[in-house]
Design a protein. Structure first.
Length: 330
C-alpha cells in the first residue's frame, strides 16, 4: 500500500510541475511569435493534452476493444466541457482574444457532432466513408490553423516595435513544451493506476472506480493545464485547449479508430472501463449531452461577445446530473 500511495503523490507532483512549465512555455511561444494565445491553446496545447485519449482509443481498437474507441472520444468531450472548461469559465469569465477563430472552431465542433449523429442514429455504425468525411473537418482544422498562425506571425514581425527573438530560445521552449506534455501523460497514468490500486484495497466498487478515477484519467492533462491557466489568468489558453481537444477527439481520434478497425466502428459504447452502456444510450444520451454542453459554450457567447459565469455553473450542473444518472443506472 505504501508504494502506490507514494506513486500517487509523485504522479500528482509530476502533473502539477509539468502543467506549470507547460503553460509558461506555451504563453512564451504565443507572446514571442505574435500568435494569439487562443490559437496556441487550440493547436500546440490541445494536441499535447489529447495524447492520452489518442493512445487509449487506438490501443483499445487495435486490441479488439472497438467499442472503447468512440466511448473514450465522446466521454472525453463531456468531461472536458462539463467539468474542465466549466471550472475555467466560473473562475475566469471574460472575452476571447481571437473571436473569429473561436466562431470557426465552434462551427467545426457543431459540424462534427451533427455528422456523427446523422451517420450513427439509424444503424449505430460508423463506416470508413463516414469516418473519412468527419476526418475532412480535421484536415480543414489543420489547414486553417497553419495559415492563421503563419499570417499572425508575419504581421507581428512587420510591426515597428518588433524585436526578433532568439531562435535557440524558441527551440528550447518548444522542446520544453514537448517534455512537459509527456510529463502530463506519465503523471496522469501514475495517479490513475495507483489510485485505482488503493481504491480496490479499500473495497470501493469497480463501477465507482471506473466512473471517477478512470473516467477522469484521460482528461487529467486538460484539467491540470486548465487549473494552471486559471492560476496564471491565461483564460484564452484554457479555452483554446478545451475547444481544440474536443475537435481532435471527434475529428481525429474517432476516424483513426474507424480506420484501424477492420469493418468500421460499431457504436456499442462502453464509455468507461468496467461500465457497460447500452447502444441506445450512446446516440440518445451521451452525444446529446456533449452537444448541449457545446451549445452552452458557443451560442450565449456569440450573442454576449464574452463568457459569463452562469454558463460555467449551468455546464457544471449538467455534468454532475449526467454522472449521477450514470451512477443510478449502473
Amino acid at each position: 500500500m505504501l508504494i502506490p500511495i507514494l506513486l500517487i503523490f509523485f504522479g500528482l507532483f509530476l502533473l502539477l510541475k509539468s502543467g506549470d512549465l507547460f503553460v509558461d512555455s506555451a504563453t512564451w511561444i504565443a507572446e514571442a511569435s505574435g500568435i494569439p494565445k487562443f490559437i496556441i491553446g487550440v493547436t500546440l496545447v490541445s494536441f499535447a493534452t489529447t495524447i492520452p485519449e489518442l493512445l487509449v482509443s487506438t490501443v483499445a481498437v487495435s486490441s479488439g476493444h472497438v467499442s472503447l474507441g468512440i466511448g473514450n472520444a465522446v466521454g472525453s468531450t463531456i468531461c472536458n466541457s462539463g467539468l474542465v472548461l466549466a471550472l475555467s469559465i466560473i473562475a475566469l469569465a471574460g472575452r476571447v482574444d481571437d473571436w473569429r477563430s473561436f466562431i470557426l472552431k465552434s462551427l467545426m465542433l457543431f459540424g462534427a457532432f451533427t455528422m456523427l449523429f446523422l451517420f450513427t442514429y439509424n444503424d449505430l455504425f460508423l463506416t470508413k466513408l463516414d469516418a473519412l468525411l468527419i476526418f475532412s473537418i480535421f484536415l480543414f482544422f489543420i489547414y486553417y490553423n497553419y495559415n492563421h498562425m503563419k499570417s499572425k506571425s508575419a504581421s507581428f514581425r512587420n510591426r515597428e516595435d518588433y524585436v526578433p527573438h532568439d531562435k535557440n530560445q524558441m527551440l528550447n521552449k518548444v522542446l520544453l513544451l514537448i517534455i512537459c506534455a509527456f510529463g502530463l501523460v506519465i503523471g496522469s497514468r501514475l495517479l490513475v493506476d495507483n489510485a485505482t490500486i488503493v481504491a480496490i484495497d479499500f473495497h470501493i466498487p469497480p463501477q465507482i472506480i471506473g466512473l471517477t478515477i478512470v473516467a477522469l484519467g484521460t482528461s487529467l492533462p486538460e484539467l491540470t493545464t486548465t487549473l494552471t491557466s486559471i492560476k496564471k489568468k491565461e483564460y484564452s489558453m484554457s479555452l483554446g485547449n478545451i475547444m481544440g481537444a474536443n475537435i481532435l477527439n471527434l475529428t481525429m481520434i474517432m476516424p483513426l479508430c474507424t480506420f484501424i478497425s477492420k469493418n468500421g466502428l460499431a457504436i456499442d459504447l462502453q464509455q468507461l472501463p468496467m461500465i457497460s452502456h447500452s447502444i441506445a444510450q450512446t446516440v440518445w444520451i451521451d452525444l446529446p449531452v456533449s452537444f448541449l454542453l457545446t451549445f452552452l459554450i458557443v451560442v450565449p457567447t456569440f450573442f454576449q461577445k464574452r463568457f459569463k459565469k452562469w454558463q460555467g455553473v449551468v455546464m457544471l450542473l449538467i455534468y454532475v446530473t449526467y454522472v449521477t444518472f450514470l451512477i443510478m443506472n449502473m
